[in-house]
Design a binder for this molecule. Structure first.
Ligand code: GRF
Length: 214
């Protein structure tokens, strides 16, 4: 039997996506969690699940560049098959992206290419958007610009508020992200440069689950 893919998850916050990823382990294995914030709730989630953790803090380094190199070294030391960003609020260096081409995934709380960046729920409300959701994409050197893999979307209702939108997106993130990571680990979904390859099986499953393959 082939060993499950080794996933290193990078976090900065509460780690609800990390928790969902841990709960869905089978084809992949969350082998390490790295945080740039020592107080991140997600570290507790990892420790409770018996997953080794590493903290790489900006304040331990003399410069931003040195910090980014520190993050890269910490990730390399975990020997990952796939790197999963789950609310990691620090920019990666170009050498990081080059070290793991097509192997770094991120989840973003909007329907990319709409609303890259921060405060997506408020911006969706302010824009009077009809649809909202989340996107899993490959990380490149831009901010939320890499090749998109899959999305989970819903209609915004007249009664939606910042809080309800945040919770509706989060609920979808917790089903979309583990599924994409699993398909990626199984080789059912892959990205070659900017070309997305997705098997018929993964397409079928995505549509059964209400996800859109990009
Ligand atoms: C999620 O909303 C994700 O889309 C964004 O960061 C947030 C992480 O939340 N990239 P959590 O720490 O997983 O709860």
């Amino acid at each position: 039997m082939i060993a499950p893919a080794r996933i290193t998850v990078l976090i900065s916050g509460t780690g609800t996506n990390l928790k969902a990823l841990i709960q869905h382990q089978s084809a992949y294995h969350v082998s390490h969690v790295i945080s740039n914030k020592p107080g991140a709730g997600g570290l507790k989630v990892a420790r409770q699940a018996g997953i080794p953790t590493t903290v790489v803090e900006r304040s331990s380094f003399p410069s931003n560049d040195a910090f980014k190199e520190g993050v890269l070294s910490a990730v390399k030391a975990t020997d990952p098959t796939v790197i999963v960003l789950a609310g990691f609020m620090a920019l990666l260096s170009h050498s990081f992206v080059a070290a793991f081409p097509g192997k770094i995934l991120n989840i973003h709380p909007s329907l990319l290419p709409e609303l890259p960046g921060l405060n997506t729920h408020q911006r969706a409300l302010d824009a009077g958007a009809g649809r909202h959701g989340c996107t899993v994409h490959i990380v490149d050197n831009g901010v939320d610009t890499g090749p998109r893999i899959a999305q989970a979307a819903f209609d915004i209702s007249k009664t939606d508020t910042l809080e309800t939108l945040a919770s509706r997106v989060q609920e979808r993130e917790h089903s979309l992200y583990p599924w994409v990571v699993e398909q990626f680990a199984l080789g059912e979904i892959s990205v070659d440069g900017t070309t997305l390859r997705c098997s018929d099986r993964a397409h079928r499953e995505a549509s059964e689950k209400g996800f859109t393959i990009c």
